[in-house]
Design a binder for this molecule. Structure first.
Ligand code: SF4
Length: 266
């Protein structure tokens, strides 16, 4: 029986109509619940019987998330230990010195040594450590073009868009709505750069969660009875340097970090 190894494998089988007949709000939420073992494929009435028969219980259930993360980190560290970090530093836009590759993450130093050990002045969260190591290992080194595109236009972005909106753009928008100093703090604490207003937004600023993965945040204030809005844009070259899954992890982690800042102010 073929195996479905992750949420995206499951999502690919669904028609993505978000019809809610399964009781979940979206097909992505249904796929995640099947992956967690909380639901079965047959709960989606839009799936053909032969697809259900083919995969049936061939769904690889998610393990304990902490265990999963630790295993993934160990794998990545072993891969890094077999990588030429001197060359990787050139591709990644970092420096290699004293057996350590160092990159700037949101303006702060983040390093990995030739044994795969991580060092940083900031807290080493899995949301930053995983994408950092994947970037070191797989970034092609393409220089950003300055051509901004929305998340959904990145390779694989359509499938992740719903979750990305929920877990990243929406929480940052609510923070910006209730704490007017958010963007100033982001500029000061994370070496952000205010840029010309894009897409007629009221605030546009660029952050570098990784040297060759810039993120443009645009915020539109509420006006004339219209609600505020916030969108993140990415350089069109992003997919050369970071996979969509890592972009998602990195940005949802940033949203959580911004939440912490706001908690300290309100
Ligand atoms: S019933 Fe199927 S198609 Fe409809 S939302 Fe659920 S998973 Fe998606």
């Amino acid at each position: 029986m073929p195996q479905l190894n992750n949420v995206l494998d499951i999502l690919k089988l669904l028609d993505k109509s978000n019809c809610k007949k399964c009781g979940e709000a979206t097909c992505m939420a249904f796929a995640a619940s099947v992956h967690k073992g909380e639901n079965e494929l047959k709960a989606c009435p839009n799936l053909e019987d032969d697809v259900i028969k083919m995969f049936g219980d061939g769904v690889q259930k998610r393990k304990d998330p902490d265990e999963d993360t630790l295993e993934a980190m160990d794998r990545l560290k072993r891969e890094v230990a077999e990588t030429d970090l001197d060359q990787a530093a050139i591709r990644a836009g970092g420096k290699f010195r004293d057996n350590r590759l160092t990159l700037k993450i949101l303006g702060k130093d983040f390093s990995v040594d030739t044994d795969g050990n991580l060092f940083s002045d900031i807290h080493i969260n899995p949301w930053v450590a995983g994408p950092f190591l994947r970037y070191v290992l797989h970034a092609k080194g393409t220089v950003p073009s300055g051509n901004w595109i929305p998340f959904r236009e990145l390779k694989g972005g359509k499938e992740w868009q719903g979750l990305f909106g929920q877990q990243c753009e929406k929480p940052i928008k609510s923070l910006a709505d209730k704490y007017s100093g958010l963007f100033e703090d982001i500029l000061n604490i994370f070496s952000g750069r205010q840029v010309d207003r894009h897409y007629a937004s009221d605030i546009s600023l660029v952050l570098h969660p990784l040297p060759k993965v810039p993120v443009l945040i645009c915020y539109w204030k509420p006006e004339d009875g219209m609600d505020s809005d916030l969108k993140l844009f990415f350089d069109a070259t992003t997919e050369d340097n970071l996979s969509i899954e890592s972009v998602y992890t990195l940005c949802t982690g940033m949203a959580k970090m911004f939440e912490k800042i706001v908690r300290n102010h309100v």
